[in-house]
Design a protein around this ligand. Sequence first.
Ligand code: AMP
Length: 326
Amino acid sequence: MNKKKMQAILDKIKEYNRIILFRHSRPDGDAIGSTKGLYTILKLTYPKKEIYLQNSDFSDYLSFLGGEDSPIPEELYSDALGIVLDTATAARISNRKYSLCRELIKIDHHIPIESYAPTEWVEEERSSCSEMIAAFYDSNRGELKINTEAATYIYCGMVTDSGRFRFRDVSSETMRLAGVMLSCGIDTDRLFANLYLKDFNNFKFEAYAHGKMKLTENGVAYLFVSRKMQKKFGLSGEDASASVSLMDSIRGSLIWIAFIECDDGSIRVRLRSRFVTVNSLAERYSGGGHACAAGATVHSIAEMKKLVSEADKLLGEYKRANEGWL
Ligand code: AMP
């Protein structure tokens, strides 16, 4: 645990009267959970400070977690402390005005590709950025206040980013901190209903997608979700993107990839893996992420095929050099 970094961040928070929180674009449960969790803790603890959540894109799937603040005037940024959560690179920060802040802090658990803030607290072995916020609260209980709402945001980020506490970066510390959050009285029935329930159309799409997914020679499973398919089943971009998890339990398929065609013609790539490291493959296609969960972008079917063939080669090499994979 990085006590010194946490102390430096707490000192900065105390120093500023205005604090603006940011996260990555196309937010997931962790991006929203960590920002809204920290936001709520800071608002409770420092009612006299101005605390804002300022981002430019939102998630329908996670709308049950509530909204963010309306845009504030640009001039308010110049004497504010900016805190960016769960975002490895400056290009992925949801609000481009982050650079107007007087000072910037980065809190993140992704593999560090780029340094963009003078104060950075990065722990890539953490299962989520929300876990870091839980640790930040837990280490500063004498100073910081929490309530059920803040704990629910943080817990939501912890469960979603760890695959419901399944992924390998889940540690005894993750579970201890999850316990600290649970002791704040979270309604887990409601939270999991919000996370799991789907519309009937989504089930129909899933049945169709199972028929469309393909497997390469070495076992890379992949699925191309065209705009036509998305229209046919009335899917949002988020619904279409969720299809990556349909391929997550095929025996011997250690890498699985969803390609989502976007409105601008580009293709969003969501890479997932067991045992094999895929973030360096993602980095070759303007992406990045974690060893076993990464994202990228391609711009044509030909480029998609090239990525699939590189993933197939990577998996073939991995299988030849290693034993015990499933
Ligand atoms: P996703 O498939 O979008 O859920 O992304 C999986 C992981 O990779 C997340 O932790 C993302 O933050 C990260 N990621 C996705 N796209 C990019 C990108 N273009 N550059 C860097 N990291 C990314």
